[in-house]
Write a new protein. Structure first.
Length: 367
């Protein structure tokens, strides 16, 4: 399947969704949905906003790219080349023309928008489910992203020295990501006592002396990848080693329980039981557990009430924590089980043995 075929299938899925919801037009403006529908195109300039600088308008017989004269050439040549989106353009200094242009292409009384843009009502609940299950080309992009992100993070973990600041290390990770065309949306670095004090240690000027936790969520072609690693200079404190072993067991339970046909809530409930078996019953209450990922860092955060039923081709990033320790990778559900996308084979691992099976999880790297 080439990119044009991928996009055509997605356009057909959007049109079928419109028909089911008795609608005639969908306006897409979010960075996430733009990337999804275009097979990896990007419409952002300012990454900190959910909205991008261009719209996609899908109607029963056509699809349009709506944007201003600043963006149109780059978008056509670099983001949607050869795809079936007809360009509709207005002068950058007349943003008010956008709604007028859109109104000339569809019946606005039967149109919705993913972000409620241009005065349209927001899409009904359930629209984002169209992007949850990956197509074969998306899976291949995801696999490449997983390897690149893991290599970037592991390279940093092997290269920093005691006394380097958390900000130095975070800067190195940003560099390794950007040279691989990955946007480091979450770049957490915690050293020594900050690991036990904070679940989300934003990097500071504090130097890392002995122990470090580093976590990344990166984005490329709209897809999000997440992983966490821990490093120790010299032998690991026995208490931390036990906590890390325990959280790796919880993480393994999450991954092994994640199967097609099971709800996210059922997976969470079973993994919380593993917290209890490891002797850390209440720790899950101190940090979210991760969940379904893809075109958002977390499409669905996992709780015991999550009713979403997993399918093959969906991705998950579980991230259980036990004070001072964390375990996280991104996995893809396949016919043969959960495939760890962020495993390079170069990082030290430990075997976690559970009744469901044996799973290798990242160990603490000793340097």
């Amino acid at each position: 399947m080439n990119r044009r075929e991928e996009v055509q299938i997605k356009l057909e899925s959007v049109r079928a969704w419109l028909q089911r919801n008795r609608l005639e037009a969908l306006l897409i403006n979010s960075q996430a949905n733009f990337a999804w529908l275009t097979g990896g195109g990007e419409n952002y300039v300012y990454v900190g906003d959910a909205a991008g600088e261009a719209y996609l308008l899908v109607v029963p017989d056509r699809a349009y790219l709506l944007t201003n004269n600043i963006e149109v050439r780059r978008l056509q040549e670099e983001e949607v080349p050869g795809l079936s989106f007809e360009a509709v353009v207005w002068p950058w200094h007349r943003d008010g023309d956008a709604r007028e242009k859109m109104a000339g292409l569809c019946d606005v009384s039967k149109a919705v928008s993913d972000l409620g843009a241009l005065g349209l009502p927001k899409v009904p609940d359930g629209f984002n489910e169209l992007r949850y299950t990956m197509s074969p080309p998306e899976i291949e992009r995801y696999r490449r992203l997983g390897q690149d992100a893991a290599q970037a993070l592991e390279e940093v973990c092997l290269s920093f020295e005691p006394g380097d600041t958390e900000l130095d290390i975070a800067a190195a990770l940003s560099y390794q990501c950007r040279k691989r065309n990955i946007l480091p949306l979450v770049n957490l670095v915690g050293g020594d006592d900050r690991i036990t004090r904070y679940r989300h240690p934003l990097p500071t000027v504090n130097p890392v002396r002995k122990t470090m936790l580093i976590a990344l969520t990166g984005r490329r072609h709209g897809l999000h990848i997440s992983l966490t690693r821990m490093v120790s200079f010299g032998p690991v404190d026995s208490d931390l080693l036990e906590r890390h072993r325990a959280v790796a067991a919880v993480d393994a339970r999450y991954i092994l329980e994640s199967r097609a046909g099971v709800t996210i809530g059922e997976v969470v409930a079973r993994a919380l039981d593993q917290y209890s078996l490891e002797g850390f019953l209440q720790e899950w209450e101190l940090h979210h557990q991760g969940g379904l990922t893809g075109y958002a860092g977390r499409e669905i955060f996992g709780t015991q009430d999550s009713a979403h039923r997993l399918q093959h081709g969906q991705a998950l990033a579980w991230n259980p924590t036990i004070t001072g320790a964390k375990s996280e990778d991104t996995v893809l559900l396949t016919d043969s089980g959960a495939e760890v996308l962020t495993r390079t084979g170069a990082w030290p691992e430990l075997d976690v043995e559970l009744p469901l099976g044996v799973l290798r999880r990242p160990a603490i790297l000793l340097r």
